[in-house]
Design a protein around this ligand. Structure first.
Ligand code: 5GP
Length: 200
């Protein structure tokens, strides 16, 4: 994959409920770079409004295991210890990079660490900080889709995930989506500039 690669890989992590999905969606629509989102596979059920093939590939546990054994995942993890698996499909990453796109992986910290271990992609890594645990809790509650148990698990996981924040090149506080998007877009443009300078 590495030799054919002409795009860039971008990893964005942060606790569930930190507003990552909104930031990523707005980034793709507002930032003037060839950004694309790698659509992951998951065994969790679709939330209301989520679309198969756009938000995730929603697949069964059996299909996930089969594709995992076939080596289709660049990384995959059981993210919340609730039996839900999430995985980055190699094909999503390879085809995007080959087309010169900047492929965004919106994945959890364990998945990010596992991609970094490959030392294959020289990814740009960003961590979205929700701006405090109270803020995170109120965002999770306002979704209205999480059970009490799920909220507790996600808050516990968030504490664990925040400990990895320093392993990322950039930490972005998501106080306002527009500000976070502008900040990330500028970081990526600066990286592009550095990349062109080092080639010339
Ligand atoms: P949610 O269920 O809220 O969509 O996502 C839960 C968590 O799974 C989020 O932190 C999200 O970033 C992470 N996630 C989504 N896709 C992947 C993936 O392909 N791999 C890994 N490791 N984590 C993922």
């Amino acid at each position: 994959m590495g030799a054919e690669q002409s795009g860039r890989l971008i990893i964005i992590s942060g606790p569930s409920g930190a507003g990552k999905s909104t930031v990523v969606r707005e980034l793709i629509s507002q930032c003037d770079l060839p950004l694309t989102l790698s659509v992951s596979a998951t065994t969790r059920a679709a939330r209301s409004g989520e679309v198969h093939g756009k938000d995730y590939f929603f697949i069964s546990q059996d299909e996930f295991s089969r594709r995992r054994e076939a080596g289709e995942f660049l990384e995959c993890k059981e993210v919340f210890g609730h039996g839900h698996w999430y995985g980055t499909l190699r094909e999503q990453v390879a085809s995007g990079l080959k087309q010169g796109q900047w492929v965004i992986l919106e994945i959890d910290v364990q998945g990010a660490m596992s991609v970094l271990e490959h030392q294959e992609f020289n990814p740009i890594t960003l961590f979205i900080d929700p701006g405090g645990m109270d803020e995170l809790e109120s965002r999770l509650r306002s979704r209205g889709s999480e059970t009490e148990e799920s909220i507790t698990t996600r808050l516990e996981t968030a504490c664990a995930e925040m400990r990895y924040m320093h392993r990322y090149q950039y930490q972005i506080i998501n106080g306002s989506v527009d500000v976070a998007v502008a900040e990330i877009c500028q970081i990526l443009k600066d990286q592009k500039e550095t990349q062109s300078c080092s080639k010339s």
